[in-house]
Ligand binder design. Structure first.
Ligand code: FES
Length: 142
């Protein structure tokens, strides 16, 4: 007579334990494994009407899941970089007065080739290739 009740309780306890374990382990598992994103598949982005940017200007654009920086140099060349600072991932921007790429977080400075030339950034910015297509600029991973 006790056996069916004990079996029922064991089933309930086992189910509760399994549900609790799943509730605890699933977030840990999701945290450990990187999310599957289309980021690596996003190899190019189009900056519409970028040809209207005057020389000596910059523009932040979306490059996959991250920001990119398109620079129209004072000499009229186009350059594109990851806009994520190599120090602590703040977003960099083009400074037309200094004619440099700067990171306001800790005064990091990059030249127009993306090289880290001052401040704490340990590496150059990732650079991308740039192609003009009519009024648009197409930025692609190198
Ligand atoms: S995050 Fe750019 S200099 Fe620190």
């Amino acid at each position: 007579m006790h056996t069916p009740r004990r079996g029922f309780l064991n089933t309930i306890l086992s189910s509760s334990f399994a549900a609790t374990a799943a509730a605890v382990l699933y977030p840990i598992w999701r945290f450990i494994l990187p999310p599957e994103t289309a980021e690596s598949a996003e190899l190019s982005a189009t900056v519409e009407r970028a040809a209207e940017m005057p020389p000596n200007s910059g523009q932040i654009f979306r490059f996959g899941q991250r920001p990119g920086l398109l620079v129209h140099t004072p000499e009229g060349e186009w350059r594109a970089f990851s806009a994520m600072c190599t120090h602590l991932n703040c977003t960099v921007d083009y400074d037309p007065g200094a004619r440099m790429i700067i990171c306001a977080c800790h005064n990091g400075v990059f030249d127009l080739s993306g090289r880290n030339i001052s401040g704490p950034p340990p590496r150059p910015l990732e650079s991308y290739s740039v192609n003009l297509r009519n009024e648009d600029v197409v930025v692609s991973k190198v």
